[in-house]
Design a binder for this molecule. Structure first.
Ligand SMILES: Cc1cc2nc3c(=O)[nH]c(=O)nc-3n(C[C@H](O)[C@H](O)[C@H](O)COP(=O)(O)OP(=O)(O)OC[C@H]3O[C@@H](n4cnc5c(N)ncnc54)[C@H](O)[C@@H]3O)c2cc1C
Length: 461
């Protein structure tokens, strides 16, 4: 492609900003990033309380966050945040140690079986499911893998593996099929509580592309990265280092694609581009109070775009930031496994203490209020349930100082996954001078989205 190609990027989150970085590194300097908000970072939102930043969105990374590491190198920053640690509580608010055999004498046989199944699962993923962990979903539903290895060198790999078709199944079914049901006890911690849905509804592909074996072990060993100034700082820094920083407060009213050009009406002016990369939501099935819309609503969306993108759903994942009385401040972050099942929809699953050295700081709570087979819990109801749970946990909130229910983890369900949704969308890349990136194309975390942007630039530019 001509290096002077005029490229419009919609969205100044990790996917959009890293697309800018990788384009720039490849010699494309004629790119423009349009961001609707007055800040960059998207779901990496780190507001300040009493001089310290807390996390309303993304919190942590792992050592295999190679694309995030590219950004760190580009900007000369590093993961310099507070060390994470956590404990567990049951739904009654008692501190428990679910994985410690001495504290769970009756559960020892189950814990031993779990250990064996984890070992078996690791072997299965390496052999039977070879190629499962590549970024993106190209070929999976057809029993192929095609992408870049999750290694520092990110070598291009391709191959045929019919077993990969199993990844379309809900993770629960996938585990049952492979005789490793108990691995869910470990995978659920960094999965459901992080808002990515329940194992009986989410295709195994999403679970395992994010929580590949190595990443899960990093979670188990608490071998995690955080950033002192918050995850938003990574993207603020990237924005500051780009030749063309994002244009904030960009209200895109219309996008029309005709005669090999893309016309974007932004803040009342029409701008002309050659190509457009969409990292903002492709489809939102309901009306949102924050005004976010799916691209099919403001683009001259074609029938194939409308048909495919209308299959996308997303999680209703709520975060509250609260202060406590000093005597009610939690000692540490807590996970509540009892509340990570669909029957406990809307209840508190995790609460996070970021600053261990100070108690006049913010604690954040996390709850899901949608499951495919149940009625969605209204926002206010869930908000109250979480506050009641905090009382049960002996850490009642004194004042909620921030909250949001974010457009989270867009995905498709098993039938569409198995029907080749991803290959159909991948085949559309570039078709209308339009490229699709961001969370739904890979997975809803900082690294998978940035990595997908890297590959998109590699493949098409
Ligand atoms: C509570 C929470 C916890 C999380 N924890 C982690 C974690 O620990 N680790 C991790 O790696 N990830 C975590 N994530 C996920 C991570 O933040 C996201 O996956 C990542 O930010 C996705 O990047 P993105 O650029 O695809 O989308 P986004 O971050 O959503 O960015 C999209 C951008 O597009 C903009 N936009 C939307 N519509 C338009 C429009 N019409 N015009 C212009 N701009 C538009 C948005 O304002 C936004 O800035 C968490 C997220 C949340 C909410």
């Amino acid at each position: 492609m001509d290096k002077n190609t005029r490229i419009c990027i919609i969205g100044g989150g990790p996917a959009g900003l890293s697309a800018g970085m990788y384009l720039e590194q490849k010699g494309y300097l004629n790119y423009t990033i349009l961001e609707r908000l007055d800040r960059v970072g998207g779901k990496c939102w780190s507001p300040t309380y009493k001089g310290r930043r807390y996390e309303m969105g993304a919190i942590m990374g792992v050592p295999s966050y190679y694309a995030v590491h590219d950004v760190e190198e580009f900007c000369g920053i590093t993961h310099d945040g507070p060390k994470l640690n956590r404990n567990y509580k049951n739904a009654k608010g008692d501190v428990i140690e679910p994985f410690e055999p001495k504290k769970n004498i009756l559960k020892i046989p189950r814990l031993l079986r779990m250990k064996r199944q984890i070992r078996k699962f690791g072997e299965l993923l390496e052999t039977k499911y070879q190629g499962y962990d590549l970024n993106g979903h190209r070929g999976v539903a057809e029993g192929r893998y095609d992408g870049y290895a999750v290694t520092p060198g990110r070598e291009r790999v391709q191959g045929i593996n019919p077993n990969l078709k199993d990844l379309a199944m809900p993770f629960k079914e996938f585990c049952a099929k492979n005789g490793v049901d108990l691995v869910q006890d470990v995978w659920i911690g960094p999965y459901t509580s992080f808002g990515y849905g329940y194992f009986d509804e989410i295709p195994a592909a999403y679970v395992l592309k994010y929580l590949d074996f190595q990443t899960t072990m990093n979670f188990v060993k608490v071998n995690l990265w955080t950033w002192k100034n918050g995850t938003q700082y990574i993207w603020e820094q990237l924005n500051d280092h780009l030749k063309n920083p994002a244009r904030l407060n960009s209200n895109i009213e219309k996008v029309e694609r005709r005669d090999g050009k893309v016309y974007v009406t932004v803040n009342g002016e029409v701008e002309e581009y050659d190509k457009i990369i969409v990292t903002a939501p492709l489809y939102i099935p309901n009306k949102r109070t924050d005004g976010q819309k799916g691209m099919v609503e403001y683009f001259d969306a074609r029938d194939d775009e409308k048909k495919l993108f209308s299959r996308i759903d997303y999680e209703r994942y709520d975060v509250q930031a609260f202060l406590t009385k000093p005597e009610n401040h939690p000692e540490i972050s807590y996970y509540v496994f009892d509340n990570m099942v669909p029957e406990k929809l809307g209840h508190l699953m995790v609460y996070y203490r970021r600053w261990r050295d100070e108690i006049d700081q913010v604690i954040t709570t996390y709850a899901l209020r949608k499951h495919r087979n149940s009625a969605e819990i209204p926002y206010e109801t869930c908000r109250q349930m979480v506050q009641d749970d905090l009382k049960t946990m002996h850490n009642p909130a004194e004042e909620v100082i921030n909250e949001w229910s974010v457009y989270y983890f867009p995905h498709v369900f098993s039938a569409d996954y198995a029907d080749g949704w991803y290959d159909k969308v991948e085949a559309m890349q570039g078709k209308y001078d339009t490229f699709y990136a961001g969370e739904v194309m890979s997975f809803g975390d900082m690294d998978e989205t940035a990595e997908y942007s890297r590959e998109l630039v590699e493949r098409f530019f």
